[in-house]
Design a protein around this ligand. Structure first.
Ligand code: PBG
Length: 330
Protein backbone atom coordinates (compact mmCIF):
# COMPACT_ATOMS: atom_id res chain seq x y z
CA UNK A 1 0.00 0.00 0.00
CA UNK A 2 1.24 3.47 -0.87
CA UNK A 3 2.08 5.59 2.17
CA UNK A 4 1.87 9.34 1.55
CA UNK A 5 2.71 11.93 4.12
CA UNK A 6 -0.71 13.21 5.02
CA UNK A 7 -1.13 16.43 6.88
CA UNK A 8 -3.89 18.11 8.81
CA UNK A 9 -6.09 19.84 7.70
CA UNK A 10 -5.73 18.48 4.15
CA UNK A 11 -6.54 15.20 5.74
CA UNK A 12 -9.41 15.05 8.19
CA UNK A 13 -10.37 11.43 8.83
CA UNK A 14 -13.62 12.58 10.36
CA UNK A 15 -14.94 13.90 7.00
CA UNK A 16 -15.66 10.32 5.96
CA UNK A 17 -17.30 9.51 9.29
CA UNK A 18 -19.87 12.30 9.09
CA UNK A 19 -23.02 10.21 8.64
CA UNK A 20 -24.09 6.64 8.05
CA UNK A 21 -24.57 6.96 4.30
CA UNK A 22 -21.04 8.22 3.86
CA UNK A 23 -19.64 5.64 6.27
CA UNK A 24 -21.42 2.91 4.28
CA UNK A 25 -19.98 4.22 1.01
CA UNK A 26 -16.38 4.05 2.19
CA UNK A 27 -16.44 0.91 4.34
CA UNK A 28 -14.08 -1.93 3.40
CA UNK A 29 -16.51 -4.76 4.06
CA UNK A 30 -20.16 -5.29 4.85
CA UNK A 31 -22.28 -8.22 5.94
CA UNK A 32 -23.70 -10.31 3.14
CA UNK A 33 -26.06 -13.19 3.93
CA UNK A 34 -24.57 -15.14 1.03
CA UNK A 35 -21.38 -15.36 3.11
CA UNK A 36 -22.93 -16.90 6.23
CA UNK A 37 -23.20 -20.59 7.04
CA UNK A 38 -25.50 -21.88 9.79
CA UNK A 39 -24.35 -24.91 11.84
CA UNK A 40 -27.25 -27.17 12.89
CA UNK A 41 -27.34 -30.00 15.42
CA UNK A 42 -29.51 -33.03 14.75
CA UNK A 43 -30.35 -35.91 17.08
CA UNK A 44 -30.93 -39.52 16.04
CA UNK A 45 -33.29 -40.11 18.98
CA UNK A 46 -35.22 -36.91 19.69
CA UNK A 47 -38.72 -36.77 18.32
CA UNK A 48 -38.90 -33.05 19.08
CA UNK A 49 -36.43 -30.16 19.20
CA UNK A 50 -34.69 -29.54 22.52
CA UNK A 51 -32.79 -26.53 23.83
CA UNK A 52 -29.01 -26.70 24.16
CA UNK A 53 -28.36 -25.36 27.62
CA UNK A 54 -24.77 -24.27 27.00
CA UNK A 55 -25.79 -22.43 23.82
CA UNK A 56 -28.90 -20.37 24.61
CA UNK A 57 -31.04 -19.93 21.49
CA UNK A 58 -29.59 -22.98 19.68
CA UNK A 59 -31.46 -26.25 19.38
CA UNK A 60 -30.80 -29.93 18.99
CA UNK A 61 -33.23 -30.77 16.20
CA UNK A 62 -35.23 -33.87 15.51
CA UNK A 63 -35.08 -34.94 11.88
CA UNK A 64 -38.41 -33.25 11.14
CA UNK A 65 -37.38 -30.19 13.12
CA UNK A 66 -34.21 -29.99 11.04
CA UNK A 67 -36.14 -30.04 7.77
CA UNK A 68 -38.45 -27.28 9.03
CA UNK A 69 -35.53 -25.17 10.20
CA UNK A 70 -33.78 -25.48 6.84
CA UNK A 71 -36.93 -24.31 5.10
CA UNK A 72 -36.96 -21.21 7.32
CA UNK A 73 -33.25 -20.56 6.72
CA UNK A 74 -33.62 -20.82 2.94
CA UNK A 75 -36.54 -18.38 3.02
CA UNK A 76 -34.33 -15.98 4.98
CA UNK A 77 -31.50 -16.29 2.45
CA UNK A 78 -29.16 -18.66 4.31
CA UNK A 79 -28.31 -21.23 1.67
CA UNK A 80 -25.54 -23.22 3.32
CA UNK A 81 -25.64 -25.31 6.49
CA UNK A 82 -23.06 -27.37 8.38
CA UNK A 83 -24.63 -30.45 9.98
CA UNK A 84 -23.49 -32.03 13.23
CA UNK A 85 -25.09 -35.13 14.76
CA UNK A 86 -25.76 -35.95 18.39
CA UNK A 87 -25.93 -39.73 18.29
CA UNK A 88 -27.12 -42.15 20.94
CA UNK A 89 -29.17 -44.70 19.04
CA UNK A 90 -26.33 -47.27 18.87
CA UNK A 91 -23.42 -48.46 20.98
CA UNK A 92 -20.28 -46.46 20.26
CA UNK A 93 -17.03 -48.37 20.01
CA UNK A 94 -13.32 -47.66 20.07
CA UNK A 95 -12.93 -47.35 16.27
CA UNK A 96 -16.23 -45.58 15.60
CA UNK A 97 -17.57 -48.37 13.33
CA UNK A 98 -20.94 -46.74 12.79
CA UNK A 99 -19.17 -43.84 11.02
CA UNK A 100 -18.55 -46.03 7.98
CA UNK A 101 -21.99 -47.61 7.80
CA UNK A 102 -23.36 -46.28 4.49
CA UNK A 103 -26.86 -46.37 5.97
CA UNK A 104 -26.09 -44.59 9.21
CA UNK A 105 -28.24 -41.79 10.55
CA UNK A 106 -26.20 -38.96 9.00
CA UNK A 107 -26.15 -40.52 5.53
CA UNK A 108 -29.93 -40.98 5.65
CA UNK A 109 -30.42 -37.48 7.01
CA UNK A 110 -28.32 -35.88 4.27
CA UNK A 111 -30.23 -37.85 1.62
CA UNK A 112 -33.55 -36.62 3.01
CA UNK A 113 -32.31 -33.04 3.30
CA UNK A 114 -30.95 -32.96 -0.27
CA UNK A 115 -34.07 -34.66 -1.64
CA UNK A 116 -36.24 -31.95 -0.13
CA UNK A 117 -33.87 -29.01 -0.73
CA UNK A 118 -31.64 -29.80 -3.70
CA UNK A 119 -30.45 -26.18 -3.90
CA UNK A 120 -29.18 -26.16 -0.30
CA UNK A 121 -25.41 -26.53 0.12
CA UNK A 122 -24.68 -29.15 2.77
CA UNK A 123 -21.39 -29.22 4.63
CA UNK A 124 -20.70 -32.50 6.44
CA UNK A 125 -18.16 -32.77 9.23
CA UNK A 126 -15.68 -35.58 8.75
CA UNK A 127 -14.42 -36.78 12.12
CA UNK A 128 -15.06 -39.82 14.28
CA UNK A 129 -15.95 -38.09 17.56
CA UNK A 130 -19.74 -38.59 17.32
CA UNK A 131 -19.10 -42.32 16.79
CA UNK A 132 -16.27 -43.29 19.15
CA UNK A 133 -16.74 -44.47 22.72
CA UNK A 134 -13.77 -42.27 23.67
CA UNK A 135 -15.19 -39.05 22.15
CA UNK A 136 -11.96 -38.75 20.17
CA UNK A 137 -11.83 -37.80 16.51
CA UNK A 138 -9.78 -40.89 15.74
CA UNK A 139 -9.15 -44.53 16.60
CA UNK A 140 -7.44 -44.98 19.97
CA UNK A 141 -4.78 -47.71 19.99
CA UNK A 142 -2.38 -48.11 22.94
CA UNK A 143 -3.49 -44.85 24.53
CA UNK A 144 -2.76 -42.85 21.39
CA UNK A 145 -5.08 -41.53 18.68
CA UNK A 146 -3.62 -43.57 15.82
CA UNK A 147 -3.17 -41.41 12.75
CA UNK A 148 -2.97 -43.92 9.90
CA UNK A 149 -5.70 -46.27 11.13
CA UNK A 150 -7.98 -43.25 11.42
CA UNK A 151 -7.31 -42.19 7.80
CA UNK A 152 -8.95 -45.31 6.45
CA UNK A 153 -12.08 -44.71 8.54
CA UNK A 154 -12.25 -41.04 7.52
CA UNK A 155 -11.89 -41.89 3.89
CA UNK A 156 -14.70 -44.48 3.92
CA UNK A 157 -16.86 -42.09 5.90
CA UNK A 158 -16.16 -39.36 3.31
CA UNK A 159 -17.21 -41.53 0.37
CA UNK A 160 -20.48 -42.32 2.15
CA UNK A 161 -21.15 -38.67 2.98
CA UNK A 162 -20.40 -37.64 -0.59
CA UNK A 163 -22.60 -40.43 -2.01
CA UNK A 164 -25.41 -39.28 0.28
CA UNK A 165 -25.36 -35.84 -1.33
CA UNK A 166 -22.99 -33.66 0.73
CA UNK A 167 -21.71 -30.81 -1.40
CA UNK A 168 -18.79 -30.01 0.87
CA UNK A 169 -16.85 -32.29 3.19
CA UNK A 170 -15.14 -30.67 6.13
CA UNK A 171 -12.52 -32.89 7.77
CA UNK A 172 -12.20 -31.55 11.32
CA UNK A 173 -10.20 -34.40 12.81
CA UNK A 174 -6.65 -32.99 12.36
CA UNK A 175 -5.01 -36.29 11.41
CA UNK A 176 -1.95 -35.85 9.19
CA UNK A 177 -2.41 -36.71 5.54
CA UNK A 178 -6.19 -36.92 5.66
CA UNK A 179 -6.86 -34.42 2.91
CA UNK A 180 -4.71 -36.31 0.41
CA UNK A 181 -6.14 -39.64 1.46
CA UNK A 182 -9.74 -38.46 1.17
CA UNK A 183 -9.13 -36.55 -2.07
CA UNK A 184 -7.64 -39.55 -3.80
CA UNK A 185 -10.50 -41.83 -2.70
CA UNK A 186 -13.10 -39.26 -3.78
CA UNK A 187 -11.46 -39.03 -7.22
CA UNK A 188 -11.32 -42.78 -7.70
CA UNK A 189 -14.95 -43.16 -6.60
CA UNK A 190 -16.26 -40.63 -9.09
CA UNK A 191 -16.77 -37.75 -6.66
CA UNK A 192 -14.71 -35.30 -8.64
CA UNK A 193 -16.64 -32.16 -7.70
CA UNK A 194 -16.91 -32.76 -3.98
CA UNK A 195 -15.39 -29.72 -2.28
CA UNK A 196 -12.92 -30.28 0.55
CA UNK A 197 -13.10 -27.57 3.18
CA UNK A 198 -10.18 -28.46 5.38
CA UNK A 199 -10.19 -27.49 9.02
CA UNK A 200 -6.60 -26.54 8.44
CA UNK A 201 -5.87 -24.34 11.42
CA UNK A 202 -8.01 -26.02 14.00
CA UNK A 203 -6.65 -25.00 17.35
CA UNK A 204 -7.02 -27.16 20.42
CA UNK A 205 -9.38 -24.71 22.03
CA UNK A 206 -11.29 -24.19 25.22
CA UNK A 207 -13.94 -22.43 23.14
CA UNK A 208 -15.35 -25.79 21.91
CA UNK A 209 -16.82 -26.64 25.31
CA UNK A 210 -20.48 -25.82 24.55
CA UNK A 211 -20.36 -27.75 21.25
CA UNK A 212 -19.15 -30.87 23.01
CA UNK A 213 -22.17 -30.66 25.28
CA UNK A 214 -24.42 -30.20 22.24
CA UNK A 215 -23.15 -33.29 20.44
CA UNK A 216 -22.38 -35.31 23.56
CA UNK A 217 -18.67 -35.75 22.79
CA UNK A 218 -17.14 -34.44 26.00
CA UNK A 219 -14.08 -36.62 26.56
CA UNK A 220 -13.37 -38.65 29.58
CA UNK A 221 -10.05 -37.97 31.29
CA UNK A 222 -6.99 -39.36 29.54
CA UNK A 223 -5.69 -38.60 26.09
CA UNK A 224 -5.80 -34.92 25.22
CA UNK A 225 -7.05 -33.51 21.92
CA UNK A 226 -3.84 -31.47 22.11
CA UNK A 227 -2.07 -34.51 20.63
CA UNK A 228 -3.77 -33.80 17.30
CA UNK A 229 -5.34 -30.33 17.28
CA UNK A 230 -3.00 -27.35 16.80
CA UNK A 231 -1.32 -25.56 19.71
CA UNK A 232 -2.81 -22.06 19.99
CA UNK A 233 0.62 -20.59 20.61
CA UNK A 234 1.59 -21.28 16.97
CA UNK A 235 1.10 -19.37 13.74
CA UNK A 236 4.04 -20.54 11.59
CA UNK A 237 2.53 -23.99 11.81
CA UNK A 238 -0.73 -22.57 10.43
CA UNK A 239 1.16 -21.69 7.26
CA UNK A 240 2.71 -25.15 7.12
CA UNK A 241 -0.73 -26.77 7.47
CA UNK A 242 -2.08 -24.49 4.72
CA UNK A 243 0.71 -25.63 2.40
CA UNK A 244 0.22 -29.35 3.07
CA UNK A 245 -3.57 -29.11 2.82
CA UNK A 246 -3.47 -27.24 -0.50
CA UNK A 247 -0.93 -29.69 -1.88
CA UNK A 248 -3.10 -32.61 -0.79
CA UNK A 249 -6.19 -31.24 -2.54
CA UNK A 250 -8.07 -28.89 -0.22
CA UNK A 251 -10.26 -26.33 -2.02
CA UNK A 252 -10.91 -24.08 0.98
CA UNK A 253 -9.11 -23.68 4.32
CA UNK A 254 -10.76 -23.04 7.65
CA UNK A 255 -9.49 -21.22 10.70
CA UNK A 256 -11.14 -22.09 13.99
CA UNK A 257 -11.92 -20.61 16.50
CA UNK A 258 -12.35 -17.33 14.64
CA UNK A 259 -12.21 -14.25 16.89
CA UNK A 260 -9.05 -15.18 18.82
CA UNK A 261 -7.28 -16.03 15.56
CA UNK A 262 -7.88 -13.04 13.29
CA UNK A 263 -4.11 -12.80 12.81
CA UNK A 264 -4.09 -16.34 11.39
CA UNK A 265 -7.01 -15.59 9.05
CA UNK A 266 -5.13 -12.52 7.82
CA UNK A 267 -1.86 -14.39 7.34
CA UNK A 268 -3.46 -17.19 5.35
CA UNK A 269 -5.65 -14.84 3.29
CA UNK A 270 -2.58 -12.85 2.25
CA UNK A 271 -0.28 -15.82 1.68
CA UNK A 272 -2.42 -18.43 -0.11
CA UNK A 273 -4.53 -18.41 -3.23
CA UNK A 274 -7.45 -20.47 -1.90
CA UNK A 275 -10.47 -19.04 -0.04
CA UNK A 276 -10.14 -18.87 3.75
CA UNK A 277 -13.23 -19.44 5.90
CA UNK A 278 -13.55 -18.81 9.63
CA UNK A 279 -15.63 -20.74 12.16
CA UNK A 280 -17.02 -18.63 14.97
CA UNK A 281 -17.34 -21.55 17.35
CA UNK A 282 -19.73 -22.47 20.13
CA UNK A 283 -17.80 -20.76 22.94
CA UNK A 284 -17.58 -17.53 20.96
CA UNK A 285 -21.33 -17.72 20.34
CA UNK A 286 -22.24 -18.43 23.96
CA UNK A 287 -19.93 -15.73 25.27
CA UNK A 288 -21.56 -13.08 23.08
CA UNK A 289 -25.11 -14.39 23.53
CA UNK A 290 -24.87 -14.55 27.33
CA UNK A 291 -23.41 -11.02 27.41
CA UNK A 292 -26.31 -9.78 25.28
CA UNK A 293 -28.92 -11.67 27.32
CA UNK A 294 -27.50 -10.18 30.51
CA UNK A 295 -27.58 -6.73 28.87
CA UNK A 296 -23.84 -6.32 29.38
CA UNK A 297 -23.64 -5.21 25.77
CA UNK A 298 -25.85 -4.48 22.82
CA UNK A 299 -26.59 -7.06 20.12
CA UNK A 300 -24.67 -4.97 17.59
CA UNK A 301 -21.70 -6.80 19.04
CA UNK A 302 -22.76 -9.69 16.75
CA UNK A 303 -22.39 -7.61 13.59
CA UNK A 304 -19.07 -6.27 14.82
CA UNK A 305 -17.74 -9.73 15.61
CA UNK A 306 -18.55 -10.94 12.08
CA UNK A 307 -17.44 -7.81 10.23
CA UNK A 308 -14.00 -8.02 11.79
CA UNK A 309 -13.64 -11.61 10.55
CA UNK A 310 -14.47 -10.54 7.00
CA UNK A 311 -12.08 -7.61 7.32
CA UNK A 312 -9.35 -10.01 8.43
CA UNK A 313 -9.81 -11.91 5.17
CA UNK A 314 -12.48 -14.61 5.65
CA UNK A 315 -14.48 -15.20 2.51
CA UNK A 316 -17.33 -16.78 4.49
CA UNK A 317 -18.05 -17.43 8.15
CA UNK A 318 -19.67 -20.39 9.86
CA UNK A 319 -21.61 -18.82 12.70
CA UNK A 320 -24.46 -19.77 15.02
CA UNK A 321 -25.68 -16.19 14.46
CA UNK A 322 -26.33 -16.73 10.72
CA UNK A 323 -30.11 -16.94 11.12
CA UNK A 324 -30.22 -13.97 13.47
CA UNK A 325 -28.24 -11.80 11.04
CA UNK A 326 -30.38 -12.94 8.10
CA UNK A 327 -33.51 -11.85 9.99
CA UNK A 328 -31.95 -8.53 10.91
CA UNK A 329 -31.04 -7.73 7.31
CA UNK A 330 -34.21 -9.20 5.79
C1 PBG B 1 -15.31 -32.21 16.15
C2 PBG B 1 -15.69 -30.80 16.00
C3 PBG B 1 -15.63 -29.87 17.06
C4 PBG B 1 -16.15 -28.67 16.55
C5 PBG B 1 -16.48 -28.87 15.21
N1 PBG B 1 -16.17 -30.20 14.88
C6 PBG B 1 -15.24 -30.04 18.47
C7 PBG B 1 -14.01 -30.70 18.86
O1 PBG B 1 -13.02 -30.74 18.13
O2 PBG B 1 -14.01 -31.21 19.98
C8 PBG B 1 -16.30 -27.42 17.37
C9 PBG B 1 -17.32 -26.45 16.91
C10 PBG B 1 -17.80 -25.48 17.92
O3 PBG B 1 -17.28 -25.40 19.05
O4 PBG B 1 -18.74 -24.75 17.59
N2 PBG B 1 -14.85 -32.89 15.10
Amino acid sequence: MKRLSRKFPNTRSRRLRLNKTIRDLVSDVSIDKAKLIQPLFVSDLNSRNTDIESMPGQKLYSLNGLLKEIEILLALGIKTVALFPNLSGFTKDIVGSEAINPENFMCKTIQKVKEKFPELIVISDVALDPYTSTGHDGVVIDDYVNNDETLQMLSKMSINLASSGSDILAPSDMMDGRIGYIRSDLESNGHKNTILLSYSSKYSSNFYGPFREAVGSRQKKGISKKTYQMDYRNIIEANMKAETDINEGADILMVKPAMPNADVIRDLALNYSVPIFAYQVSGEYSMLKLGIDKKIFDNNVIDESLITLFRAGSKSVITYFAKWIAKKYD
